[in-house]
Design a protein around this ligand. Structure first.
Ligand SMILES: Cc1cc2nc3c(=O)[nH]c(=O)nc-3n(C[C@H](O)[C@H](O)[C@H](O)COP(=O)(O)OP(=O)(O)OC[C@H]3O[C@@H](n4cnc5c(N)ncnc54)[C@H](O)[C@@H]3O)c2cc1C
Length: 410
């Protein structure tokens, strides 16, 4: 009998985790992993945190050491982009055709780009790859520069923290009235705003960027629709744009797979095409707990999705039903968030701990049940938070907010 051949497109965390799970589950056929970037698969969170700040070295960002691929007989081809997907055949940019029995699309996402006057000026940066992070570090590290962050989301704020730590002047511009109001709501978004303001960051909120100004072939200023003529133009030596990411669906779309805000997959991560699966940032997956599709651009989702996709490729009845999880580090604030964003819309927040000291757990409670939780500078509670969410049990809010009542007891 000929060996089965499984192919993974995309050398990020989801792709590398799927390869690992295939071997862990006993798959002894061939595994080919094609990665467009010229690196072995690596993780991205450190690119805006420890790796950017210089505390973590390059070796620490790789999912597996070099030798791991050989030891597990994974044929890893870096610097190779898949350009077409046909019936059980993948075509690479070299023209090579690769047959497959099952295929995983783990192509991730790319930063949403601005298309405004002078938005290609030298000095405007985006962050997705290790090269982006290294060139940003070279710009931020000397300090003393005027840096404007376009976008008041997670990436913008993490980078603002790094830029301040290096001693730069930092302005964050965004159209929302409160940073992170979308994912966290106004109250907690304001807490993040105050944290940054206490570190010297200036916010220009309710503000749209309308273009850029150049001088001597380099970025000189950010132009906004500010409230008066003086505020319209913000001098800038450097701009970093963090306005979200777009799922990399080109290959799937050209192959006629169903796509809508990512590649549409069921709870087993199967796409609309036979023997083709998708995982990680690119997958818009049906989640049984919320009975709708969600696309989660998070590290934990890439791991969980990579594992489920691998098991589903092997014919197991694997389902992606993990509670979405996310973390961030900014200055001395560390937090973890677990929960179902679609269910927090009608929820109110119950706090447990000391909000003034930024040491607390926030619970989003809807119809008496915890649907999300965020622990801020409080550690080793995320498992309990997830247990509470998963249990679906009605909670006593007085007990929930009472630190003398163990979370386990709830
Ligand atoms: C700066 C930064 C900070 C982050 N911080 C956090 C954090 O603190 N917490 C958190 O939970 N998440 C964070 N994330 C998100 C997290 O990194 C992503 O969710 C995760 O990387 C998704 O993994 P993935 O494998 O799906 O996609 P990716 O990591 O994007 O990998 C996909 C790979 O596929 C390749 N590819 C695309 N098309 C092709 C093709 N046709 N052929 C071959 N290869 C292809 C791409 O080049 C890419 O290398 C951060 C992301 C960034 C960029």
């Amino acid at each position: 009998m000929t060996q089965q051949q499984f192919v993974i497109v995309g050398g990020g965390l989801a792709g590398a985790t799927a390869a690992e799970q295939l071997r862990e589950s006993g798959f002894d056929g061939q595994i080919h992993l094609f990665a467009a970037e010229g690196h072995n698969p690596y993780i991205r969170p450190p690119l805006s945190k420890g790796y950017l700040a210089g505390g973590e070295g390059r070796d620490s960002i790789f999912v597996h050491p070099e030798s791991w691929y050989r030891e597990h007989e994974i044929v890893l081809a870096t610097g190779q982009t898949a350009t077409a997907l046909g019936d059980h055949t993948l075509t690479l940019d070299s023209g090579r055709e690769v047959p497959f029995d099952r295929l995983l699309l783990a192509t991730g996402a790319t930063p949403r780009r601005l298309d405004l006057p002078a938005s290609d000026a030298r000095g405007i940066h985006y962050l997705r790859t290790v090269e982006d992070s290294e060139s940003l570090r070279a710009e931020l590290e000397p300090g003393g520069r005027n840096i404007v962050f376009v976008g008041a989301g997670w990436i913008g704020l993490e980078l603002a923290a790094a830029a301040r730590t290096f001693g730069n002047t930092v302005t964050v511009v965004g159209p929302e009235s409160v940073p992170l109001a979308g994912p966290l709501g106004e109250e907690l978004g304001t807490m993040f705003q105050h944290l940054h303001e206490s570190q010297g960051v200036t916010f220009r909120l309710n503000t749209q960027v309308t273009g850029f100004e150049e001088a001597q072939g380099r970025l000189a200023a950010v132009v906004t629709d500010g409230v008066n003529a003086i505020d319209d133009v913000i001098p800038a030596d450097l701009v970093v744009v963090g306005i979200g990411a777009i799922p990399d669906i080109a290959l799937a779309e050209s192959a006629g797979l169903e796509v809508d805000n990512g590649i549409l997959v069921d709870a087993h991560l199967a796409t609309s095409a036979t023997d083709v699966f998708a995982a990680g940032d690119v997958a818009n997956a049906y989640h049984p707990a919320v009975r709708q599709r969600m696309r989660n651009e998070h590290w934990a989702n890439a791991i969980a999705g990579g594992k489920v996709a691998a098991r589903a490729m092997l014919g197991e009845d694997a389902v992606l039903d993990d509670i979405p999880y996310f973390y961030t580090d900014q200055y001395d604030l560390g937090m973890e968030y677990s929960g179902y964003p679609p269910l927090t819309k009608d929820a109110h927040i119950v706090y447990r701990g000391d909000r003034d000291k930024r040491e607390f757990v926030a619970f989003w409670v809807a119809s008496g049940r915890v649907v999300a939780g965020m622990n801020v500078n409080v550690w080793d509670v995320n498992d309990q938070v997830q247990d509470l969410i998963r249990s679906g049990r009605t909670v006593d809010e007085a007990q929930l907010s009472d630190t003398s009542v163990a979370l386990d007891a709830l």
